[in-house]
Design a protein around this ligand. Sequence first.
Ligand code: CDV
Length: 311
Amino acid sequence: MTRIVRVAAAQQGPNLETDSREVIVTRLLDMMKQAKSKGADLVVYTETALTTFFPRFYAEDRAEMDLWFEREMPNDATRPLFDYAADNKIGFSLGFAELTPDGHHFNTQILVDKDGKTVGKYRKVHLPGHVELEPERRFQHLEKRYFEPGNLGFPVWRTMGGVMGMCICNDRRWPETYRVMGLQGVELVMLGYNTPSWNGLGGPDTPELRHHHSRLSMQAGAYQNATWVVGVAKAGEEAPGYHLMGGSCIINPDGQVVAEAQTEDDEVIVHDCDLDACAFLKNSTFNFDAHRRTEHYGLITERTGAVPPPE
Ligand code: CDV
């Protein structure tokens, strides 16, 4: 018997600064309906799916940015997603900016089951960018100004027939992200990203190189932890000179891309993710109990002189 979860990755075209939550949720709901019509069990949306990627804006008074944050979830604007999910038995994962009742700001992604119930919450740990205005940049990336690092770790959830995990955008570049979930037996990692096609600082980056780094990170994370990875982008020009690279994809536990978006618009891609396909590598090459030798890693650092040898 195989455990197939039919996963839909719901890439998003640009969210403009002037787009209301209601307008954006209408697009998200339309993609959920498309996913349902394709028989999907679960639809994965991107990072800050409900708004434009506002960390490109600078406000001296950070409270001016609170309009981009959700104070509760669901709320009036997003309730149609939860209602449709419950009525039609489809789960989803959604990224948004979260403002907690006690005034904390996080870059958050939730997991909602097929009954429309929130079963998991993740808050972005690796916040890229800077705190202060840096006028020399082509555009600002002020995540460090507007968000606090996530305080929930990288948990996994046993739901919808598998072991599910989440991370957000820059987290995908860090091996620890996948490994912490891999050590808990993760079988499907869902992540959203807003990655500009160019580095804000200039430098040798090209869009092609940025696509390469994104795929390289997600494919390695998938393979080295024997897990499915679903990477869902925002794509296209959110503002003049601010182009998001897109490239949503679904990656199998061998690290192979098995489905990918073809456009820079709202686009739903679907794949049957066989969670049992994780077992072979989890029980062989990446059987952590059998082969992972943490007790020897210290010797390697000692040899390189990175830390003084123990007394
Ligand atoms: N939203 C992000 O985390 N974006 C970063 C960019 C700034 C490099 C990313 O890692 O894609």
